[in-house]
Design a protein around this ligand. Structure first.
Ligand SMILES: Nc1ncnc2c1ncn2[C@@H]1O[C@H](COP(=O)(O)OP(=O)(O)O)[C@@H](O)[C@H]1O
Ligand SMILES: [Mg+2]
Length: 377
């Protein structure tokens, strides 16, 4: 049996106990949930939204007696997809008496809905002409049914919420239900694309305009990352030594990149040993090599002006509009400006005061290396 297990997780949401910091955000989300306020949680991909939300849902259930439901809307393209995601979310998360009551109600609708193994997706598969809309209406009304039985408030988290923009009128449909649920359900809408989230919540013409308070997840503090890494090396019989500082500097507070680098460094360190600078160099290179296919795919998807704008951010050290930089890349200022705007909208770049920062520090490094290495690591 393997007992010497790498304590750093970087490929999926982490358990509530493993989360660095985020205490204030947890409390804020819980307070909003209890008070019946809706929140839109924004952070770039891999900043720990899902991990944080799972912690909030756990605490809302345990501490506040709420009914916690997480619905992942990643990749939905149709009303049928959304209906299936809601049904499965309830199927996974409802327990006990509430579950039996909801199951009874769903069966009674005659729409093919069920919390069992064969739910509405089976119905849709058997008869593809089935209209999924009535099923979705019934599912969106469930918070009202939950409440009928005993005065519970539900906390419903809609993760990867920006993907509903791919389903026509989905925001209007949602609004038409949640506007009658103020007394029985609280909602959190979480998303990673600021452009789409803004479109959904900040455009006066859109149904969800002004419906949720914004909350942003920022980078982690260096000191918090450092303390966590030191601790996890220690409890697994290793010491992080001098490799800690360069690691924290490279990670720049990016939660997932910090964990990836720590994972690699731990793997490069002898059991019982102390990480040396050489181990760090190998770990860093291994992390970049692992990400090469992802970065290459991202890069190829970008337009030429976006590629040039990213190169300008790197070459200008955060100030892409310097004349020297733009001239060398043959990039007109107005083109750079427009390209950066869409890179900010899709969370590739963020703007901090007058500076532009590439959100993923390892992608920034990869871009900086491009000039010399033609993309090979
Ligand atoms: N607060 C945190 N503490 C430790 N690791 C974190 C934290 N937030 C994110 N991570 C790292 O990022 C990875 C992705 O987290 P996840 O919750 O899936 O992010 P998101 O939902 O924003 O894409 C996790 O596997 C973990 O390595
Ligand atoms: Mg997530």
């Amino acid at each position: 049996m393997i007992t010497d297990v790498n304590p750093f997780i970087y490929s999926h949401p982490i358990a509530p106990e493993d989360i660095i910091d985020r205490d204030e955000e947890t409390e804020q989300l819980l307070a909003s949930a209890v008070g019946g306020h809706y929140v839109r949680l924004y952070a770039p991909r891999k900043y720990g939204k899902t991990s944080l939300l799972r912690r909030v849902l756990r605490d809302a259930g345990r501490r506040e007696g709420m009914i916690p439901i997480l619905v992942d809307l990643y990749g939905v393209l149709s009303i049928a997809d959304v209906a299936i995601r809601f049904e499965r979310a309830y199927a996974r998360q409802l327990r006990g008496k509430v579950r039996s009551r909801v199951e009874e109600f769903l069966q009674s609708t005659g729409l093919g809905l069920s919390l069992g193994a064969l739910g509405v997706s089976a119905r849709l598969q058997l008869d593809p002409r089935t209209d999924p809309l009535p099923a979705l209406h019934a599912l969106l009304d469930l918070p009202l049914r939950l409440e009928e039985g005993g005065g519970f408030r539900a906390l419903i988290v809609l993760d990867e919420f920006q993907d509903i923009t791919k389903v026509k009128q989905m925001d209007a449909l949602l609004r038409s239900h949640i506007q009658f649920q103020g007394e029985v359900a609280s909602f959190v809408f979480a998303g990673s694309e600021p452009g789409l989230m803004r479109e959904l919540f900040e455009d006066r013409e859109r149904p969800l305009y002004g419906q949720a308070v914004p909350l942003r997840l920022e980078r982690l503090a260096d000191a918090d990352i450092a303390a966590y890494i030191v601790d996890r090396f220690r409890v697994t019989g290793r010491s992080v030594g001098d490799a800690l500082n360069p690691l924290v500097a490279v990670a720049r507070g990016h939660p997932q990149r910090a964990m990836l680098l720590a994972y690699r460094l731990w793997a490069a360190t002898e059991p019982g040993g102390t990480a040396e600078l050489g181990d760090w160099t190998r770990a860093h290179a291994a992390a970049l090599a692992e990400l090469q296919p992802e970065f290459d795919a991202n890069w190829r998807r970008l337009s030429t002006s976006a590629q040039k704008a990213l190169r300008a951010v790197v070459a200008g050290g955060g100030s892409p509009f310097q004349r020297r930089v733009l001239e060398q890349l043959d990039l007109p200022k107005s083109t750079a400006r427009a390209a950066l705007q869409s890179l900010v909208a899709n969370a590739t770049v963020e703007q901090k005061d007058d500076d532009y920062v590439i959100i993923d520090p390892l992608f920034a490094e990869w871009i900086a290396n491009l000039r010399e290495t033609s993309g090979e690591v």
